[in-house]
Design a protein around this ligand. Sequence first.
Ligand code: ATP
Ligand code: MG
Length: 416
Amino acid sequence: MIRPPDYVQEVLKTLEQQKYRAYLVGGCVRDMVMGRTPHDWDVSTDAWPDAVQALFPRTAPTGLRHGTVTVVTAAGHVEVTTMRREGPYTDHRRPEQVAYVSDLTEDLARRDFTMNAMAVSPDDHLVDPFGGASDIAQKIIRCVGDPAARFSEDALRMLRALRFSAKLGFAIHPETLRGIRASAYLAKTLSAERVRDEVEHMLCSNRPEVLADGLELGLLAAYTTDATANRGEINRLGQVSSHRYHRWAAFSAALKQSGTIISPAQFLRALRLDNKTIRVAAHGADLALSEQIPVDAIACKRLLAEYGVDVIRCMAEVAAFFGCEDSLSQLEAVLSSGDCFSLRQLAIDGSDLIALDRSGTEIGQILDGLLDHVLQHPADNQRDVLLAHVRSRGDGLGGRGLGGRGLGGRGLTGSE
Ligand code: ATP
Ligand code: MG
């Protein structure tokens, strides 16, 4: 089994020296049993939070309501939580109250799955009252206790089951799955933010296809129409680059295509994604589903000028997902050519035009005209060439812009 780093062992030892009991618990134990390196360390203790705060020189009150204090050391953080039993749940989301207990098994019993309900003592003994290690060996996700009751306490556990299945490649135990089927309607009580985080974990995992099960089970019913999602396409989501923009875009495009959502933007907004992700993924999905997929480099550059690289890369990834690989190679060719497609890359800027006595809206119009021209004639993106042209046009650029048309599409240098 993987050994915890020194700073974690120090925290356990400090608690033990004061005659408190202290155990590693939860995800880090699961990861240690699986031979994976944990990304965070959780400790359960019978010391109350104020005692934990008094014992360590640096702590942060990260979850005092649940009895959690974060111990801060130079080498890393350890979340220390007082062992607890949860009181009754009345809203399927959070317990009414928590009660501290000194029995480790009680603390483990409130946890969601057998693999997450194990502990390791400071002398390296595994405490596993619910058969977590055996379920890990069999690659099974199984509720601690009665699934329907556990999902009724906290509906998020249903999404967590699918998330762990996606992340670890484990199967959900048939009884646990039956519990999800029976309790799926409770998922609508969950906050969009909690649902979003779980969906994003699934989406960006190696097995995003579990989302097809999530949709079929009705776990996303609060965000979808009654139309059935196209399972074949959701099953293929793993082919899309694992960047979160691209997975969200491909997922929403697939759902839009089957009528399972009304629009990508509405879906992503309802799931409370951040504005940048909504903009990039929704535009990427919409463009890929539209007739606007660029057929040549100039069209590609025009889209880049209008939407920016993130959106167009997203569009190209989703277009490739739907079988049209061309725009991806088109985009790569444009990007590696170094050709100008944005005002930022234009060889002159507003200050050059001010120096030429241009002002107000005219400046923007001239720059837009020059950009449109340079999209078609990349060789003209040189400071001297562009300045010479602005000078030679006198006031001729104002209002009309070059637009490619002003130059008869020939190019400023006459080289094309
Ligand atoms: P990860 O590796 O993604 O962090 P994790 O299992 O550590 O997985 P956390 O959300 O960090 O997940 O939770 C830590 C532990 O707290 C879990 O292992 C589990 O024992 C318990 N836990 C977390 N969320 C719930 C929940 N909704 N219901 C019951 N127990 C939970
Ligand atoms: Mg964790």
